[in-house]
Design a binder for this molecule. Structure first.
Ligand code: NAP
Ligand code: MG
Length: 495
């Protein structure tokens, strides 16, 4: 009989660290069918159509989501335009009170929302509980604080709201992206029509009940659900004074073309292909943790994911060995389990896209490494994957995979690292791992990326502006810069 092959995980931990399942048991309170949220009320869609939201955890149906057509989107804009008249004139301190209430209500119901987010989108409960929900509440708290201090954002100038803002968001951080969009818009006195992504509408529709409980005046926020066509109706509505979009570069280009010449303000938060750069003087085990977090957080469904590892050639073999050992310990599976590190892929479409790009990597000659892990039978799952022998011309080194797939390239000098890191149409984020502060500053000034993390990765704060260069879009979210993208600047009367 051939000897049983010992896995890296067994080598490290034996059987000592096998945990029993620890599923989160709090109820998500998901309704069997939702309405659109227009004018402060849940209303049936004029289209009379609904579509299913399914859980990528097991492929089962969770709820029926209304499909908003152009007439529904128009009703949402009319409600928002009418609400704008009084909302924009409220003193900032009053607007701030509503935002504080929303933040607190989100905190009160965070466990329930975390479970709903995990069920609908597939991300590990640990992440929705410890990242998505606290960050979403933090965005409302932060912007609540700004609402009565807008006179201090730009010295000598005052901020005026723009009007109704049309917002379209993706499926990777459904509630958090909603918070990034709604909080600054409301703080600056705008009203909103927002469309969540087709596969992850549930937390947005649950959020409607928080708005009602907060007593937000009807029409200040309107939530319309549907697919790309609904998104196009939101973007192209004549009452939109500004459009804020987060999603793929491909759709971002369509929107930019459609809005050219309309006078509407536009901000685009698009894709990325970030380089996470490890120098030979870096603390290697710490860097391994950062690389893992950079690519496997949220199954790699992260616009700023560190999807290209650039490692200095003289430490590449050692670093790969450490990385493989660490990957073997990742727990992949049921996102509702509190021990899970890598959950479910958001949709079957995304799983198909990841498989296709991974196959292209194999076909183009890269070497694939995957740990031995048992994936659940039902639902959509993909094992954490690393590619070596990657050259810059391969698709896996250029295209956004938006999945748990890391492409490893090497470099010899800082110059070569900078050249390779910047050799991408994107420019959203980057990471630098080194012992030398001077090297960090030099790299940060030469990397063409909106965010550069040093000896850490995926650190976010509402006060820190986030956004990209080149095909990663324009405009910033968070901080003072984010507020400026939701307002027009007026010279203050000095009398
Ligand atoms: P997507 O296909 O561009 O979708 C984004 C949103 O746009 C969804 O709500 C989508 O609706 C809607 N949409 C689709 N076609 C549209 C159209 N013609 N007009 C208006 N709206 C339309 O992107 P995704 O695949 O959901 O999201 C992943 C992408 O988002 C990645 O590229 C990622 O990098 C990017 N992202 C960027 C950031 C950032 O801050 N830079 C943050 C998160 C994600 P349906 O989904 O319902 O079809
Ligand atoms: Mg879903």
């Amino acid at each position: 009989m051939p000897a049983k092959k010992t896995t890296a995980r067994e080598l490290l931990f034996g059987d000592l660290w096998e945990f029993d399942p620890a599923p989160e048991s709090a109820p998500a309170h998901i309704e069997p069918r939702y309405g659109l949220y227009i004018g402060g009320k849940s209303v049936a869609p004029k289209s009379k159509k609904y579509f299913d939201s399914i859980s990528p955890r097991d492929g089962k149906k969770l709820s029926e989501i209304p499909l908003a057509n152009a007439a529904d989107v128009d009703a949402a804009y009319q409600a928002a335009a009418s609400a704008f008249k009084s909302w924009s004139k409220l003193p900032g301190a009053e607007r701030g009170k509503y935002l504080f209430r929303i933040a607190r209500l989100l905190q009160d119901r965070s466990r329930e929302f975390a479970v709903a987010e995990t069920l609908d989108g597939g991300k590990p409960i640990r992440e929705s509980r410890d990242f998505d929900l606290p960050m979403a509440a933090a965005h409302f708290f932060y912007h609540a604080g700004w609402a009565d201090k807008l006179a201090y954002v730009a010295p000598g100038r005052s901020l005026a709201p723009l009007g109704v803002v049309g917002q379209v968001i993706p499926w990777n951080f459904p509630l958090l992206m909603l918070a990034w969009k709604i909080a600054p818009a409301l703080a600056t006195g705008n009203t909103v029509v927002i469309k969540p992504a087709e596969t992850t509408s549930i937390t947005a529709l649950k959020f409607a009940s928080i708005l009602t409980d907060a007593g937000l005046p009807p029409g200040v926020v309107n939530i319309v659900t549907g697919a790309g066509e609904t998104g196009a109706a939101v973007v192209n509505h004549p009452l939109a004074a500004k459009v804020a979009f987060t999603g793929s570069t491909e759709v971002g280009k369509i929107i930019q073309r459609a809005l050219a010449g309309t006078g509407k303000k536009l901000t685009l938060e698009l894709g990325g292909k970030a380089a996470n750069i490890v120098f030979d003087d870096a603390p290697l085990d710490q860097a391994v943790e950062g690389i893992i977090n950079g690519i496997f957080f949220n199954q790699g469904h992260v616009c700023c994911a560190g999807s290209r590892l650039l490692v200095q050639e003289n430490i590449a073999a050692d670093f790969l060995a450490r990385l493989k050992r660490r990957i073997a310990t990742l727990r992949v599976g049921d996102p509702l389990d509190k021990n899970t590190d890598v959950g479910a892929i958001n949709s079957i479409e995304q799983l198909t896209k990841i498989r296709e790009l991974v196959q292209s990597g194999i076909d183009e000659g890269a070497e694939i490494h995957q740990p031995t892990c048992k994936l659940p039978k039902n639902g959509f799952y993909f094992a954490p994957t690393v590619f070596t022998n990657v050259s810059q011309s391969q698709r896996i080194a250029n295209e956004e995979i938006f999945g748990p797939v890391l492409s490893i390239l090497t470099f010899r000098t800082p110059e070569e690292a900078i050249e390779k890191a910047n050799n991408t149409p994107f420019g959203l984020s980057a990471g630098v791992w080194t012992d030398k502060g001077s090297k960090i500053l030099m790299m940060a000034s030469r990397l063409k990326a909106g965010v550069v993390w040093a000896n850490t990765y995926h650190k976010f704060d509402p006060s820190s502006p986030f956004g990209g260069y080149k095909e990663s879009g324009f405009g910033r979210e968070g901080g003072k810069h984010g507020l400026l993208d939701y307002a027009s600047l007026k010279t203050q009367d000095s009398r």
